[in-house]
Design a protein. Structure first.
Length: 209
C-alpha cells in the first residue's frame, strides 16, 4: 500500500516533490492546519489518531480501523465506510491531517444533531428529551431501551449526556444523519475512543454481538 504525502519524518506533507507519482494537488489541509486548532483539540485528536494507528506507521488503514472497531463491538463495514469518507487522496489510508480535517467536519454535524436533541438548551440531553426526540423522529424505541442507550453513552453517571460524551461516542460513526447515528449507537457496545475500552457490567452477551 502506497502512503502518499508522507515525508521522511513520517508526517503528512502536501509538498513532497510529487511523491504520489500523479502530480495531483491535494484536497486536504497541510500539517500546519493542526496549529490553527485550539491546543486541547489538537492534543485530543492526535491522541485518538495514535490510538487508531495500531502499527504506529503514521497512517490509519483498513486493518488499523477494523482492529480498533472490533474491540468496540462494531463490524468491519463501519471501518470501510469511515476510511472511504475520510481518505481524501484515495491512497487507501489516512494521515493525521486528513483525519483531523474529516473529524472536525463530522464533529460540526454532531453538534447540530445534539442541539436538536437538547430541547431545553441546557447543554445536556436527559432521558425525557431523548424519548421525545426519538418519538418525533419516528424511531421505534421503548423507554427501557432509551434508558440503556443513555447509560451506554453517559460516562460520568450524571443520567444525562453532555456534548463531549455524545461527540466521543459517535466520533467514528459513518454518518451524521440522526437515524444512522442511532443505528450505530445501538450496534456499538461501549465506544469511548478517547479512553480505554470499558464495557458496562449490565450488558448481555447478545448485546455485544
Amino acid at each position: 500500500m502506497v502512503n502518499v504525502n508522507r515525508g521522511a519524518n513520517g508526517n503528512d506533507s502536501s509538498t513532497n516533490g510529487g511523491s504520489s507519482g500523479q502530480g495531483q494537488s491535494q484536497d486536504f489541509p497541510p500539517v500546519h492546519y493542526l496549529h490553527e486548532l485550539p491546543q486541547a483539540d489538537e492534543e485530543r485528536l492526535e491522541k485518538i489518531f495514535n490510538k487508531l494507528d495500531r502499527d504506529g506507521n503514521g497512517r490509519i488503514d483498513i486493518h488499523d480501523l477494523s482492529s480498533a472497531l472490533k474491540e468496540f463491538g462494531l463490524s468491519h463495514q463501519y471501518a470501510e465506510v469511515f476510511l472511504k469518507q475520510s481518505d481524501q487522496t484515495q491512497s487507501g489510508d489516512v494521515g493525521l491531517a486528513e483525519f483531523i480535517h474529516y473529524v472536525r467536519e463530522h464533529e460540526k454535524n454532531l453538534r447540530l444533531q445534539f442541539t436538536h436533541l437538547d430541547k431545553n438548551r441546557d447543554g445536556k440531553v436527559d432521558l425525557e428529551e431523548l424519548i421525545t426526540a426519538f418519538k418525533e423522529l419516528g424511531i421505534d424505541m421503548d423507554r427501557h431501551e432509551a434508558a440503556k442507550l443513555l447509560k451506554r453513552m453517559d460516562k460520568d453517571g450524571s443520567l444525562n449526556i453532555s456534548f463531549d460524551e455524545w461527540r466521543d461516542f459517535l466520533l467514528l460513526a459513518p454518518s451524521s444523519d440522526i437515524h444512522e447515528l442511532v443505528k450505530y449507537w445501538r450496534h456499538s457496545t461501549y465506544l469511548d475512543i478517547g479512553e480505554d475500552l470499558n464495557v458496562p457490567d449490565d450488558f448481555t452477551q447478545s448485546e455485544m454481538q
